[in-house]
Design a protein around this ligand. Sequence first.
Ligand SMILES: [Zn+2]
Length: 448
Amino acid sequence: MSKATILEWFEENKNTYTKMAQDIWDHPQTAYEEEYASGLQQKALEAEGFTIKQPIGGIETAFVAEYGQGKPIIGILGEFDALPGLSQTATPTKEEVNAGGPGHGCGHNLLGTAGVEAVVSLKNKMEKDGLAGTIRYYGCPAEEVLNGKTHMAKAGVFYDLDTALTWHPMTSNAPINRSMQSMVSIKFHFKGKPAHAAASPEAGRSALDSVEMMNIGVNYLREHVPDGTRMHYTITDGGLAPNIVPESATVWYFLRAGSKEEVEGILHRVKNIAKGAALMNETEVDSEILAFCYDTLPNDALNELMYHNMLESVPLEYTDEEQVFVESLAKSLPSAGKSFEELIPTSVSFHPYQPGVSIPGSTDVGDVSWITPTGMVTTTCAPVGTALHSWQATASFGTEIGYKGMHLAASTMALTAYDLLNNTDQILDKAKEEFDKLRDGKEYQAGI
Ligand SMILES: [Zn+2]
């Protein structure tokens, strides 16, 4: 009975949050520059009676919005950064809004807004029922560079949480039952000696040569790393012109594996390769870690509860116009030719956590999941076959396809947080027990 009033609230208020998500989609800003989305959400939450703490850890766009008092403390994690170069109109054919501009190709316009929607609906419910406890929305910047939440963790804002909930826009409705990989983002800066490349090459020490020799070393390392390891790089500085022996060169690596310890082991070897490369042609090397996030720790107790609450939420339904959009967008996808029902799954599924099977990809949610039990789901916000970080993703996340998935995620999180506030079936203890077991005595230590 009592959860029905939360769902009624969604029916009455969801358009406000469709508008917020649309507004953020219309104003995409990349990591640490999300003033528009952060400001918009802070204002909306303040107007609803939430206390805002900002900045967090010196980051202007990071904030925490809080309502209520006492235990338990339930956090909902939001994100709002866009990606560079993914500008796209909300149409089924490739067309930029601004040439080369940013766009919401990972759907963080939906991700954060669903969190705001969830906590406002909860606040109304808490007020009505006189329910004790604290709810928080975390406005987390810079997920795309994988360190926004690490900085917030260092500022200490997650430690008193009893649980955290979050989600990600995707192409199906389900809790995430596999761990995402731990990852380090690191730049190696080589310094050599410039010289005329034709007149006095013997006087030069090429920093670019060192970068190339380092990459060869890392490519040989690939055979000797744990299964599932990912090592990728780009050369962000390779010198100025072919006729000048490059004095400086930089290579930027992402190293990913199933756990932070594994990544540390690989990083140790990659650093030695860099040193070896520098020694080979008498250059110098420095490294700079930009991000180092944990793998995510799934929590079956929370995920299962989220699954049941997703089933209790209003199921997804679409108009003919939305169907036309999806079918025509799918023409550019590997899923072309599938039926609308196959392209936009409305069913909800649950599979328990599969230890040892990682999703190749990383998120700074991993850090939070090592500090407090964290539940995470996905909902259908784009047609099957859509890759995140693509123009098709930006297009979908700016339409009703994205917004409907967002409302489903928001009501799932709100209903789940309500159960957590009531500690229905001792769910908080179950989630904590599982968290302690998986963490196995290891304490969180920020990677940067
Ligand atoms: Zn994302």
